[in-house]
Design a protein around this ligand. Structure first.
Ligand code: ACO
Length: 329
């Protein structure tokens, strides 16, 4: 049977870094009070990258895609599938994936977006893996990309300090190697509970030329916190059971980077040593669908993640949605 193998990864962060102190000073001008101490203590976030006005998700996604293609040694015209996970697409349509395809100067393969908020990358990776396993694609670009700064209410200190912009990508290729230690995606699971819509949403829309609802992100932080830890732990156990591996065999956990307290609580619940968990939320803040591929790429590039190791990637976010992909590199 055909498997899909992660052949390379890449990322792109907008160059403007905004530290907590810089953000606190900007917010103070609006009469919104926060501090570096509050943000670090409650979230672990120290800084975020924010896109300049006019910089779009497809631009960030294309840069991340180029970096992943270079890393994989794959030419753009070998790609026959592009999936972009995003909740901040450039347009209602065409999809961000079609814009990326055009910016890469290719045409003809499939290209579409996946909308599962912070779980988007895991949803997109699972979809690409399934299409490759079914023989319907051979070389996929799977991208998580967001400009969340554009849907934040900068007067709501409970949410605006939590997010950043960026993009991460992987190249997924078909492989016929089936040996017991062969690289490839070993297990994946996706879940949703639509009854939890209100705890995390951006419920605005444009209809008949008018903005309806509330265009900004709203969140019940404590409800999200509790649900996230429980569903991620359950999903990790499910992925291990499917692949027939033990939790202790996971060399690297790459969870969604929303909040260091969620990540630590999850690691405790699964008894994963802290040194086996990739954390980038301090540097990137929460980049929604981009957070997992950004963290994965950071850990590959600094040499932590090595071929042969088992890696668990996990997403959780609005919907409510959650899921895991377990892969051997
Ligand atoms: N600076 C200073 N004070 C603040 C700020 C801020 N940025 N934000 C809120 N506060 C204040 C509140 O007004 C409140 O003040 P009060 O006690 O006088 O009313 C106080 O801090 C406590 O507010 P809570 O909302 O109860 O704070 P909590 O400890 O729950 O922390 C947080 C909030 C960080 C959002 C937390 O609930 C959390 O981590 N939730 C997880 C959700 C998350 O990470 N979401 C990211 C997106 S979802 C996802 O990606 C899955």
């Amino acid at each position: 049977m055909t498997r899909s193998v992660i052949a390379g990864s890449g990322s792109f962060l907008p160059p403007r870094i905004v530290t907590n102190d810089m953000l606190a000073a900007e917010l103070a001008e609006r009469g919104v009070e926060t501090s570096n101490e509050w943000i670090v203590e409650r979230t672990g976030i120290r800084q975020r990258h924010l896109a300049e006005r006019g910089v779009t998700t497809s631009m960030l996604a294309t840069e991340a895609a180029r970096s992943a293609l270079r890393d994989a040694g794959v030419a753009a015209d070998e790609v026959d599938l592009i999936i972009v996970a995003t909740s901040t697409p450039d347009y209602v349509f065409p999809s961000t994936a079609c814009l990326v395809q055009s910016q890469l100067g290719i045409a003809g393969g499939a290209a579409f977006d996946v909308q599962a908020v912070c779980s988007g990358f895991v949803y997109a990776l699972t979809t690409a893996d399934a299409l490759i396993a079914a023989g319907r694609a051979r070389c996929a670009l799977v991208i998580g990309a967001e400009v969340f700064s554009r849907i934040l209410d900068w007067n709501d200190r409970g949410t605006c300090v939590l997010f950043g912009d960026g993009a991460g990508a992987v190249v997924l290729k078909a492989s016929a190697d089936e040996g017991p230690q062969a690289p490839g995606v070993l297990a994946a699971n996706l879940h949703a509970d639509g009854s939890q819509t209100r705890i995390l949403c951006a419920a605005g829309n444009v209809a008949y030329g008018e903005v309806t609802g509330d265009p900004f992100l709203r969140m019940d932080g404590q409800a999200v916190f509790k649900l996230a830890v429980n569903v991620l732990a359950q999903s990790a156990r499910e992925a291990c059971a499917t692949a027939g591996v033990a939790l202790e065999d996971i060399r690297w956990a790459v969870p969604h980077q929303a909040n260091v307290r969620i990540i630590n609580a999850l690691a405790r619940k699964l008894a994963l040593p802290a040194e086996n968990v990739v954390v980038t939320v301090d540097q990137h803040a929460n980049t929604s669908a981009a957070s997992v591929p950004l963290a994965f790429d950071a850990a590959r590039r600094d040499g932590r993640v090595q071929p042969g190791q088992l890696v668990l990637m996990q997403g959780v976010g609005g919907g409510f949605t959650w899921g895991s992909v377990l892969a051997r590199l």
